[in-house]
Design a protein around this ligand. Structure first.
Ligand code: ASP
Length: 356
């Protein structure tokens, strides 16, 4: 990591925000092959923040920027990327008042959900942001997002991993990317906003936050994500006409240790007993299987439909109203730990960080 501090002031680090730059569109510049992550982010961010009004600049918290040496488009992120970020935050946790992670938007909500599981018990803000247009592009959303992320990262009452984007503060483990062009790219389909920008104010709603609900004692879990970095977990969205042999091709592979199924509606699947047979066999082999809906809003209720009734019997766990990101990264987090299958199943069903 390269470190850079724009501050010539005496603010102690315990009152500063640490900004960790990983790459993404926000810091990209035009290269011969197209947009690619670019460096010098600290200086570029400082220059951009000078465009704020004097009052806005005055209200900014002190911050420092560190930049990863290898900057990525977030499509290149893997469970090891999530692990590295959590480890770096853990290493610096008590040195800073809060953290801002600069990340590409494409897999930003995956990283946010994974960090939330790894940083359970977090007692300060970790705010992830990015932008749809590069920092220096005309009409870019980058400055607004950086400004808001810094403001929320300075709020002591916020004690969880959150996403700040387009004026909204979302729980990290509840967010999905909903738009691939609009500035308002993220939404939290099954949980209200944790906060929002209203004019020049950044309002946090503590009654919705983990700080008041279930933060519990600081107890980070930083398991070895190398155990889930080689395709051990698969994500399977059903489609009409899906056949048992196709499901089996995924689930019978001995390298696969867990699967996230995306069912229809409130928990429906084709009325084909051989599909349930494949699921029951995989469960019987000790694989961790969970199901959520393909609908972004609402919750699965396994057994609501006759066709879905056999899912519980086949050992499939209901993911209720979790996002695909939250359900998948929870499987990864549990499978990366030396837990019995019973413990993994029980923890999957238990809300750990307000993800369900
Ligand atoms: N491809 C980019 C990335 O995810 C998109 C973005 O940053 O918005 O890194």
């Amino acid at each position: 990591m390269i470190s850079y501090s724009p501050l010539a002031d005496s603010v102690p680090t315990q009152e500063r925000i640490l900004v960790i730059y990983t790459g993404g569109t926000i810091g990209m510049q035009q290269h011969a092959e197209g947009l690619a992550p670019s460096g010098d982010f600290a200086i570029r961010m400082e220059t951009a923040l000078k465009q704020l009004t004097p009052a806005q600049q005055q209200s900014l918290p002190s911050y420092e920027v560190v930049s990863y040496t290898t900057l990525i488009d977030s499509s290149a992120a893997t469970p090891l990327t999530w692990q590295q970020l959590a480890g770096d935050i853990n290493d610096q946790l008590t040195t800073y008042a809060g953290f801002v992670i600069i990340h590409g938007t494409d897999t930003l909500s995956w990283t946010a959900a994974s960090l939330a599981y790894q940083l359970q018990g977090l007692d300060r803000p970790v705010v992830i942001t990015g932008s749809m247009l590069p920092l220096e592009s005309p009409g870019s959303d980058a400055l607004d997002n950086l400004h808001g992320a810094l403001q929320f990262a300075a709020k002591h009452a916020l004690q969880e991993v959150a996403i700040y984007f387009a004026g909204q503060l979302l729980r990290g483990a509840r967010a999905i990317k909903q738009h691939c062009e609009a500035a308002n790219a993220f939404t939290s389909p099954n949980y209200p906003l944790l906060g929002e920008r209203v004019g020049d104010d950044y309002i946090y709603y503590p009654s919705r936050g983990l700080g008041l609900q279930q933060r519990g004692a600081p107890r980070f879990e930083l398991p070895d994500y190398r155990l889930v970095n080689q395709g051990e977990i698969v994500r399977i969205a059903l489609w009409p006409g899906m056949s048992a042999w196709q499901l089996s091709a995924w689930l019978s592979d001995p390298r696969v240790k867990g699967a996230l199924l995306q069912l229809w509606g409130a928990g429906n699947l084709p009325d084909d007993p051989s599909l349930l047979d494949v699921l029951a066999k995989a469960s019987g082999e000790g694989k961790l299987l969970a199901a959520i809906s393909q609908c972004p809003q609402g919750s699965v209720h396994l057994g609501a439909y006759a066709a879905g009734h056999g899912l519980s019997d086949a050992g499939v766990l209901a993911g209720d109203d979790m996002t695909p990101e939250a359900a998948f990264t929870k499987l990864a987090h549990l499978l990366a730990q030396p837990l019995t299958l019973e413990d993994q199943r029980q923890r999957f069903l238990t809300p750990l960080i307000g993800e369900r």
